[in-house]
Write a protein that binds this ligand. Structure first.
Ligand SMILES: CC(=O)SCCNC(=O)CCNC(=O)[C@H](O)C(C)(C)COP(=O)(O)OP(=O)(O)OC[C@H]1O[C@@H](n2cnc3c(N)ncnc32)[C@H](O)[C@@H]1OP(=O)(O)O
Length: 902
């Protein structure tokens, strides 16, 4: 292996003077430079095995460039004020890290640290090594970055006495390690994952050379179409056709492209392989690609997870194989990828139409929809940056792409067509981060419950369809219902600024269309800024000009809708020119309904250097409802972006480790999972600072009286069985008890109403101290197949239940999320003081919501958590009744060989 074989782009912020030649302890020299994401990526792409006696790490499934006898060695050198970690294989250095001393005791680790939930990951080993090296060098502390969702790991550190220091804007937490003088074992670490993910996707999407494997000579076949589309899409790099049925002879061509029987015979390097051979042959092709040093695969072939168990096995094998050679895979069963960037112009898809270069990126989960959707984009003249239809998403997922687009400068707007959300816990975090930087418009199908095609791979959400919109909104996603709307909103956001508020001015020469616009505005929360400028049907361009200059100058106007219906003697071009001139340079977004167009008409276009529509171009919609609808979505998104009070509260009293230990111990007692009894529920919730008013099971009237006396009256006597709780026709399941006589009378009555216990040994009633009166509310969590954990809130009662009056959010909850959850339910006025009642302590509800959210995120095994009776009053919240279920976590981990150390 030679130096320079890997990319060494330095991340921002590393001064060049960190580069230097240094002499290693054993006398060898090495060129020292900061570790880069690609170094780190390279390192974690190895499987490593540790020889306990030495500091040598053996790679047994190495990069193609390394043989399985290669041994990586980690050496630490002291270089001026910095320590450097040098990773060498044989005589060659494959990675260099530096950790920096400030004073004599602090060092910083600039490393990618790999997730090591299962066993000891390479990142963990690196850390152990660093700790050792630090100790040897008299360094007592260093700092590493951790992603906040890795709570388990943070807990491990906290327990071991490491400080979790600061939380940064993009959610990275710095952990400070105090290096103990003796052995230190590190827990799970994951950092810079996003940067590394983005980097590998960027490489995959910008190949200099591409081979189509299975490039058929027969027109009309998939392999042939892929080759032609690449060729005709203007790919400027080197293109090769691979077809086993060709001669290994110079000059052999398919579709005018140099052809070879296998990729191994291509004399050039190949960056990307587009694979369209029968599923059974894909693994062999992958091995050939690995030998060739290919970096990425787009596997179009079907016959994988979508066909059942056998295909799933084949898919796992494919991904494992590819990743063990450091290759990323798009697919299998993929439509492919497009990258319109200058100098790339890559159309590795089955779509013969390639949209022009633009600022919109598109992740399309459906292959079948991909082709018509791309055609629609071309029809609308909507420019594209990248398009990915990743098929079964066995390796590269929508989440990965969102991470890539976060830092992709060519992309300003992201479109998602989703059928399911992959890893939902990750989805909300990644989406929220991306949406904080650029608009993300999402169309989610898979809401229907009837008539769903058999064998559909999509996991169906159990949540009421309307809640999907609110879950999207929480993450800052712009949810839409149709592909038309997807592009309408994209047209607007790709070309116009975000509205600064809700007030809209309408300038129109059609009363009928103005009315339609006003109706739509009323329905979607936009306000009218003053009276509409209703011009006569035969208004001239200068009439429009006067009205437009007024609204653009008016500070009360946040955005402008222009409706123009041309009279018979059309002067459309003139009106368009006037509009374009009036809008130029304005920071108010403008939308129009103009000559029944649904793109950016030539007159309203600000051309960019490629002849496309640049920012400032004014999109035009088929009718004013579409225009206003798109504006409303943009306005909501802009409001989300402006929110400043979105903080995830700290909850310092939460004892995650206590909760985890409890769950582990509970699962030992109940290996298959079980509902928790009263005492266990109290204990578990106490780790999260949730106090439940104790309830004492009683078996007889005498016992009930004794208990009540112990507690001191006032108490309640409550029936506990599930079947009674749910029956609206029965009298109250609990009674307020003042004294012994009350208790005896109530006992007699209630045992009469609810029947005598079938099992006399099992208590059917509990005695509980009387809680202060308040409004009863419910807080629960649901584990949804599509969205992952979801926290819900509502007021108790049959009516609110029937109406489904609940709010839903994905954890973690920000302070804003919790506040909105409470306000959003229709019955919420009862909490804020209704008809003379005292307002309740809203912050107590919000506090409980945060604790429940945190517990759900921390303890995945808690599959159900209901605080099903919480009384809230002006004095606070009192939790009366809960239900909790713990079950073993059977979700398969998304481990791939490159991420696991075996
Ligand atoms: C919903 C969407 O649209 S998204 C897209 C999802 N993907 C799909 O729908 C793809 C579905 N189709 C498949 O998966 C098919 O199996 C395909 C397209 C991969 C292969 O199609 P087939 O026509 O069966 O392939 P076939 O075995 O005939 O080989 C095609 C060509 O590749 C060549 N070939 C076969 N194996 C290899 C190989 N290992 N290496 C190189 N070339 C090969 C053959 O020589 C043949 O060339 P020819 O047509 O010039 O004679």
């Amino acid at each position: 292996m030679t130096k320079g074989q890997y990319d060494h782009e330095l991340p921002d912020g590393y001064p060049a003077e960190y580069e230097a030649d240094v002499v290693l302890r054993d006398g060898a020299t090495a060129h020292l430079r900061p570790i880069t994401p690609s170094d780190a990526e390279l390192l974690v792409a190895f499987y490593a095995r540790v020889s306990e006696q030495s500091k040598y790490y053996r790679f047994f499934a190495p990069y193609p460039q390394l043989s399985d006898r290669d041994v990586a060695r980690f050496t630490t050198v002291d270089y001026h004020d910095r320590l450097a970690l040098i990773v060498t294989v044989g005589d060659e250095m494959i990675g260099v890290g530096r950790y920096e001393r400030t004073g004599r005791s602090t060092a910083e680790v600039a490393f990618l640290i790999e997730d090591a939930h299962q066993g000891r990951g390479l990142g963990q080993l690196l850390l152990e090594h660093l700790a050792q090296a630090a100790r040897e060098n008299g360094i007592h502390r260093f700092v590493a970055e951790v992603l906040p969702d890795n709570r388990k790991m943070i807990t491990v550190f906290a327990e071991a006495g490491y400080k979790v220091a600061r939380e940064f804007e993009d959610g990275v937490i710095m952990v400070e390690f105090d290096i103990a003088p003796t052995d230190t074992s590190f827990g799970v670490m994951q950092a810079r994952e996003q940067r590394s993910e983005a980097l590998s996707i960027a490489r995959l999407l910008t190949p200099s050379s591409v081979a189509v494997i299975g490039a058929s000579r027969r027109q009309g076949t998939i392999g042939n179409a892929l080759l032609r589309n690449l060729r005709d899409g203007g790919f400027p790099g080197r293109l090769y056709a691979v077809n086993t049925d060709t001669q290994a002879m110079p000059g052999t061509e398919i579709e005018g492209v140099p052809a070879y029987p296998t990729i191994r015979e291509v004399s050039d390097t190949v960056d990307l392989a587009v694979v369209a051979v029968k599923a059974e042959m894909v693994a062999d092709v992958v091995l050939d690609c690995a030998a060739k040093g290919v970096r990425g695969l787009v596997v179009v072939s079907s016959g994988f997870a979508e066909i059942g168990d056998e295909g799933r096995k084949r898919q796992r094998y494919l991904v494992g194989l590819a990743r063990s050679y450091g290759m990323r895979v798009i697919g299998p069963n993929a439509l492919g990828v497009i990258n319109t960037a200058d100098g790339v112009s890559l159309n590795a898809t089955l779509s013969p139409l390639m949209p022009s270069k633009g600022r919109v990126a598109f992740f399309c989960q459906s292959g079948a929809l991909g082709v018509p959707i791309l055609a629609d984009m071309v029809g609308r003249g909507l420019g594209l940056s990248t398009f990915v239809s990743a098929g079964n998403r066995a390796d590269v997922s929508g989440n990965d792409l969102m991470q890539f687009w976060y830092s992709d400068e060519a992309t300003e707007v992201v479109l998602l067509y989703l059928e399911s959300l992959g890893n939902p816990r990750k989805f909300s975090r990644v989406a929220r981060r991306l949406a904080g930087r650029k608009p993300v418009i999402a169309l989610k199908s898979g809401r229907a419950t009837q008539g769903v095609p058999v064998g559909q791979m999509v996991r169906r959400s159990q949540l009421p369809p309307a809640t999907i919109e609110s879950l999207f909104r929480q993450s800052g996603l712009i949810g839409v219902d149709t592909t038309g709307e997807l592009f309408d909103v994209a047209q607007l956001l790709a070309h116009q600024p975000l509205p600064k508020g809700r007030r809209v001015a309408i300038v129109s020469n059609s009363d009928a269309l103005t009315l339609l616009a006003l109706d739509t505005m009323a329905g979607c929360g936009l306000d009218v800024a003053g009276d509409p400028h209703n011009l006569s049907p035969d208004a001239t361009a200068s009439d429009f000009g006067v009205a437009l200059s007024e609204v653009f100058a008016d500070d009360r106007v946040h955005s402008v809708v222009v409706i123009y219906t041309p009279p018979v003697q059309s002067n459309g071009a003139e009106v368009a020119q006037v509009l374009a001139a009036a809008a130029a340079g304005s920071d108010k977004p403008v939308v129009s309904t103009f000559l029944a167009s649904r793109s950016v008409p030539a007159e309203l276009r600000v051309p960019d250097e490629d002849g496309g529509a640049a920012r400032g171009s004014i999109p035009s919609f088929l009718n004013p409802q579409y225009a206003v609808g798109a504006l409303a979505k943009a306005t909501q998104y802009a409001e989300w972006r402006r929110r400043s009070d979105s903080r995830i509260p700290d909850l310092p009293d939460v004892d995650t480790a206590g909760g985890e230990d409890f769950v582990a111990e509970f699962l030992q007692r109940h290996p298959g999972g079980a509902d928790l009894d009263e005492a266990d529920r109290q204990r578990l919730l106490s780790f999260y600072g949730i106090t439940v008013l104790p309830a004492f099971p009683v078996l007889s009237a005498d016992e009930a009286v004794d208990r009540a006396a112990d507690l001191g009256f006032e108490v309640i006597l409550k029936a506990t069985a599930e079947q009674w709780r749910m029956r609206p026709d029965l009298a109250d399941i609990w009674r307020h008890i003042h004294d012994e006589d009350d208790m005896r009378a109530a006992w007699a009555e209630m045992t009469q109403t609810f029947g005598v216990a079938s099992d006399p040994g099992r208590a059917q009633f509990v005695v509980q101290k009387m809680a202060p009166p308040g409004v009863p509310v419910v807080i629960s969590t649901i584990e949804d197949v599509s969205f992952g954990p979801v926290v819900t809130f509502g007021l108790s009662g049959v009516a609110t239940d029937l109406l489904g009056d609940r709010s839903y959010r994905m954890p973690p909850l920000t302070t804003r999320d919790a506040a909105e959850m409470v306000r959003e339910v229709k019955a919420s006025p009862l909490l804020y003081g209704y008809r003379g009642s005292d307002p309740v302590d809203i912050s107590a509800i919000e506090n409980l919501l945060h604790r429940v959210s945190r517990l759900t995120l921390d303890l995945e095994e808690v599959v159900r958590l209901d605080l099903r009776s919480v009384l809230v009053s002006a004095q606070g919240a009192c939790v009366l009744d809960t239900r909790v279920r713990i079950a073993p976590n059977e979700k398969p981990r998304q481990d791939t060989p490159a991420r696991r150390l075996t």
